[in-house]
Design a protein around this ligand. Structure first.
Ligand code: NAD
Ligand code: LMR
Length: 327
């Protein structure tokens, strides 16, 4: 039996937390032979801590063999202590009529403190995955406060967008979901994101050779994927939670699986024409568990270049809004 890893989760009593924790404890995120200790962090609010207690009772009642312990806390220094993975979900979700960037002022400051604390108390091999919106910029804020942990350990989630894009392409082509491969998300987790359909394949053929309606690919397809979060808020009255939790399971599972090819928002370092210091979605290949290399060399046509320029501009603008939060 492997020794347990420590997984810190913020916003653990929230909507996403409620769909996520049971799957981590069941082995879906780290594998069926990897025991876990869950370090559950909530805001210092009585109601939230009480709800967290209820969630931990339910986790107990599942009798998960892999769950070797739980820490329940509203103190981030306790919650992130020796954590191998830090899953940063705790933040306000947007409501109808808002863009995710509207959350920056409220949510951005959470990631300043958490970045500092993770850097001082988490395990030496700590990895960080940011879900709280606006995820790319919050991730950049947290990473900017880390002096010990390298920037590449901080990733933000665009996997929900990748999963959404895969389904939309499969539906349009009338094929099984698994026939769609290599659909990657570039840029911001926002309506400007670019699902790069030209490099994706359906049953091994380039998507544009199978879906020949290029107006649909450039228009409704990109728009549906980009605005899916808002469509869910409009229909459900609350932001996506189960699909977001599922995407985080996929994000981390792919990052601990050598050879996996998937979309992650990482420090761009200037790749694909992004500003070097923004966190942008791009294709990566997992090398060793927790580490990855960006897949470079996908050629971009003029349409793709213009989409990447637009999403890069938005990321640069978001960074300008939070300069006082950067370390
Ligand atoms: P929620 O309101 O149900 O839960 C958020 C939880 O975070 C609450 O329990 C709250 O008490 C807690 N919290 C707030 N500040 C905290 C702090 N400083 N430390 C620890 N906990 C804190 O919201 P939710 O539906 O779970 O969504 C959480 C975030 O995830 C939102 O910002 C939402 O927009 C974002 N989200 C991102 C994606 C994505 O693809 N990146 C997808 C869905 C949702
Ligand atoms: C999503 O994409 O569903 C989430 O980021 C929630 C939102 O605000 O859209």
């Amino acid at each position: 039996m492997k020794s347990p890893i420590r997984v810190a989760v913020t916003g653990a009593a929230g909507q996403i937390g409620y769909s996520l924790l049971f799957r981590i404890a069941s082995g879906a995120m780290f594998g069926p032979d990897q025991p876990v200790i869950l370090q559950l962090i909530e805001a210092p609010i009585e109601k939230a801590m009480k709800a967290l207690e209820g969630v931990s009772m339910e986790l107990d009642d599942c009798a998960f063999p892999l769950l070797k312990g739980m820490v329940l806390t509203d103190n981030a220094s306790v919650g992130f202590k020796d954590a191998n993975w830090c899953l940063l979900i705790g933040a306000k979700p947007r409501g109808p009529g808002m863009e995710r960037a509207d959350l920056l002022k409220d949510n951005g400051k959470i990631f300043t403190t958490q970045g500092q604390i993770i850097d001082s108390v988490a395990a030496t091999d700590a990895r960080v995955a940011v879900v709280g919106n606006p995820a790319n910029t919050n991730c950049m804020i947290a990473a900017s406060h880390a002096k010990r942990l390298p920037a590449e350990r901080f990733t933000a989630m665009v996997r929900l967008d990748q999963n959404r894009a895969q389904t939309q392409l499969a539906k349009k082509a009338g094929v099984d979901l698994t026939a769609v491969q290599n659909i990657f998300i570039y840029g911001n987790h926002s309506p400007t994101m670019f699902p790069s359909f030209a490099h994706a394949t359906i049953s091994g053929k380039p998507v544009p050779a199978v879906i020949t309606d290029s107006a649909w690919l450039q228009g409704p397809f990109c728009e549906t994927v980009g605005k899916r979060g808002a469509a869910i808020i409009a229909a459900r009255g609350a932001s996506s939670a189960a699909s977001a939790a599922n995407a985080l399971v996929d994000h981390v599972r792919s990052l601990v699986t050598p050879g996996a090819i998937h979309s992650v928002a990482v420090k761009s370092n200037g790749l694909y024409g992004f500003d070097a210091n923004v966190w942008a979605g791009m294709p990566v290949r997992t090398t060793t568990p927790g580490s990855y290399e960006v897949i470079t060399g996908y050629a971009m046509d003029d349409f793709a270049k213009s989409k990447i320029a637009a999403t890069n501009k938005e990321l640069v603008d978001e960074r300008a809004m939070v300069t006082e939060l950067l370390g």
